[in-house]
Every structure is written in C-alpha cells, then in structure tokens.
Ligand binder design. Structure first.
Ligand SMILES: CC(=O)Nc1cnc2ccccc2c1
Length: 446
C-alpha cells in the first residue's frame, strides 16, 4: 500500500503499521475451480491452435463472428434431457434477469441470424472461436470452461454443406500433422432414427428425447438405455428394433433395412460420394450409432474420434434445420460443428505433435551506463519503427545479467550502447548465435 491511501505503509522507512483496512487477507492465487490461466507458454500453444482454426476458416471463405459469453438463459432451455442443460452455468443478475454463461455457440449464432433477418444474403458462412462454460459438481474434476471453434453454414439445404464442413476439419487436421490413421469421422443421420420411429408410430415430439437417450449408449449400461427409452414411450418392440438399427455399420445394410426411398439413405449416399470428390473418403465411415448429444440436430451428424479409442470425441456437428424456428424465427436450413480446445491438445501430446513455440525477440538493447539510458531508448525506437521486436533493458544491469536475459528471450542479437561508440554515432551489435560482433552507424542499423 503506497501513499495513495494516506496512511502508513509506503516505501519510506518504518512508519506506523498500515491501518487494518489495508491488510488484504491472503487470496488464493489459483483461478476458480475448473478454469485455467494461460501463462505465456500455454498462451503460445493456444494462439497457435487458434491461428490454425482461423486460417482454415479463411481458406473456406468463412467470416468471423462473436457473441457475448453471457446470454439470456432462455436461449439454452431445451426440454430434451441434455447434459448441457443440467450443467448450465446460470444465475439471476442484479436486474433479476435469468442469464447464463453460454455452454455452446450455436444458439447465439442462431439468435444473431434471426436478428439480422433479411439484411444478410444467404448462404451465411460464419465461424467463431469462443469460451464456453458448464457448471458441474467438481466431484468429476472436469473443466468448467473450454474454447470452441465453430463453423456454420446457414441457408444451404443440400448435403454439400455438411461435406464442406467435414472437409474444413480434415484440412485443419492435416495442417497440424494429424492423418487419417490418427483420427476418423463417424457419420450418420438422425433421419435413420426418425424413419425407424415412424415405423413404430412414435410421435415426432419424442424424437429429440430418444436421440439424447441413445447418445448415452456408450456411457451408461444398455438396460438403463432401454428403461429410459420405454419410459419415454417407445414400445418394447420399438426399442429392440432401434438398437438393432443402431448397430449397423454399412450403408448397404442400412439400405436393406430402411429401403432406398428414405432421405436418410439418400443423404448419406450423397455425402459419401462427395467425400470421394473432396478426397477425404479414408477419413469417414458410416456408423448408425452416432446421434450426438444436442437436441436440435435433425439430419446428418458426425463426430471426430481418435482411432486408438483413448480419448473422448475431438469435435462434432451436424444439421439443425429447426433451431431458428424454435426461437420464433423463419426456419432456415443450417449445419455446423463445434471443435473444443482440450481433446485435440491431448491427442497432439499423445502423437508427439505439440509444436515447439519459443519466444523469439530479434533485439535486446542495453545502455552500458546509466546516462545512456535515453540513447538506448532511442535505438529501441528506431528499430521498432522498422517493425523489429526489441527487449529494451530498463534498468542498469551487469553484462552477465544482460547475456542471461538475452538467452531467456532467445534474442537474435544484442545491441550495446556505450559512451565511446555513441560519441561517434555508433552502437555495438553482437549476433548471439555466431558471437560475431561489430560497430554499426546508428542510421545504418537495420
Ligand atoms: C474435455 C473438456 O474440457 N471438455 C469441456 C470443458 N468445458 C466445457 C464447458 C462447456 C461445455 C462443454 C465443455 C467441455
């Protein structure tokens, strides 16, 4: 506590002890449970990841958008029994409004599309990278926040949109050294379930609930799944038929069961043929058990998985043609995906693909005595005006310290401002890798 609060404390000598109000109780310097800090090394990796997200989005002609991390709770209240709903980070604000930290980006995107209405021309190709939140009991020790890359195409009913989205993710994986032998995409369509449920005259409004239950098929025991399905109103026979269909791993088999007339088979055949044209056939496989855990998907769904089966889904997405109308907007065909920043880093570590990202400063500039500090500042400004990075030594330090600092910031060269050279308008430049040192006129420094 310095002079500003009048009382004692401050730096000058041993005055009276600071008034009791100034003593801050020891605070916990760790971030809140389930959240992370990004110190420089972690931030470099995050920036590298996001730069690749952005570069791929740009290559696919997508425009970046963003939304508030705080949204009206109503945006996320869905009654399909999703996990994301149980873990909503929601509260009442000082204006007595029910608000929530967004658990995903798609509803915000839908909201903005409706808000823009006729003023935007279709198709929209938007991407966002945003922090998403969940509140879950820390018993599971899982994170409460992560960053998600989303890409969405609004206004395209054809499967070409889903094929384009998968192509963008494949492009991303290839950019960071991940191959089709590392990961794959399981692809299916919710229309498969829809067509089966129709055979058993299950009412449409149960469709989302059934999907959410089925999404848990690998997470909870099978008889629990059956129980939940029956309590939702699916008949014994319907449950058996559903589970039968979900185990299909080939499109041909699916066609045998569902026939060739339905949209599910037609969409999936088109997707696989487009995948061939895009050149990523070896990345995708049909798997009828993929339904994804978000209520609003209506068609093709897909998820990226690691072929060693050690990690959770890397990314996931699909078609959600009804989401806009649930917000009172005009229905618009839409599809998109979410790609989290956590599992991918685990995968990169597993595969030894985390890049070496060292801080590199081009110059470290140091005055050799205290009355040359101004001269050193001038040298730093000249270099910075040329767009160069400079770590300017801000206090008088022994040369030993300066060399240590130069190594720490991984400087390319050390520029020393000494009085005899400065009299002659020169500075001393040392290339730290080779040790080569020479004097350079100030106005010839580049
Ligand atoms: C692996 C991981 O951290 N998952 C994660 C972490 N935080 C979240 C926060 C909101 C929604 C989903 C989330 C998912």
């Amino acid at each position: 506590s310095s002079g500003e609060n009048g009382g004692g404390g401050g730096r000058s000598g041993a005055l009276s002890p600071p008034p009791i109000t100034d003593v801050v109780q020891k605070i916990d310097v760790n971030p809140p449970k389930g959240t992370r800090d990004f110190a420089p090394e972690e931030m470099r990796l995050r920036n590298w990841l996001f730069q690749n997200f952005r570069e791929v989005s740009r290559m696919f002609g997508f425009e970046e958008v963003d939304f508030p991390v705080l949204e009206s709770e109503a945006l996320f209240i869905r009654k399909a029994g999703e996990e994301i709903r149980d873990q909503l980070y929601c509260f009442e604000d000082r204006g007595n409004r029910r608000v929530a930290l967004r658990p995903e980006l798609t509803p915000s995107l839908a909201r903005l599309v409706i808000q823009k209405g006729k003023s935007v021309s279709l198709p929209l190709k938007w991407f966002a990278i945003g922090q998403c939140w969940r509140y879950e009991r820390m018993t599971r020790g899982r994170r409460r926040e992560h960053y998600q890359w989303n890409m969405d195409i609004i206004g395209v009913p054809e499967v070409t949109a889903e094929a384009e989205l998968i192509s963008s993710i494949v492009t991303f994986f290839k950019r960071i050294g991940i191959t089709a032998s590392d990961v794959g995409f399981k692809v299916s369509s919710r229309k498969v379930l829809q067509e089966v449920l129709r055979c058993y005259s299950i009412p449409e409004n149960l469709f989302s609930k059934v999907c959410i239950i089925i999404d848990k098929i690998e997470k909870i025991p099978l008889d629990e799944i059956k129980k939940e399905l029956k309590s939702t109103g699916v008949s014994e026979e319907g449950v058996e038929e559903l589970l039968q269909v979900l185990s299909i791993k080939s499109l041909a088999k699916l066609e045998e069961i569902l026939g060739s007339a339905g949209e599910a088979v037609a969409d999936l055949k088109q997707l696989f043929s487009l995948a061939e044209k895009f050149g990523y056939s070896e990345w995708i496989e049909f798997d009828a058990s993929v339904v994804r855990g978000l209520a609003y998907y209506t068609g093709i769904v897909f998820e990226g998985f690691d072929r060693e089966g050690k990690l959770r889904a890397i990314c996931g997405g699909g078609r959600y043609d009804r989401l806009l109308s649930t917000f009172g907007g005009e229905d618009l065909p839409a599809c998109g995906f979410g790609f989290g920043d956590a599992v991918i880093v685990e995968l990169l570590k597993e595969r030894g693909l985390v890049p070496e990202l060292n801080l590199r400063v081009e110059n470290i500039v140091c005055a050799l005595d205290v009355d040359l500090q101004g001269a050193a500042a001038r040298v730093a400004s000249i270099l910075r005006e040329k767009g160069q990075s400079v770590d300017l030594v801000l206090e008088s330090k022994p040369l030993k310290w300066v060399f240590k600092r130069a190594a720490r910031v991984n400087a390319y060269r050390l520029i020393l401002v000494g009085s005899s050279e400065w009299q002659r308008g020169m500075v001393s430049v040392k290339i730290l890798s080779s040790g080569e040192q020479n004097e350079v006129k100030l106005d010839e420094l580049e």
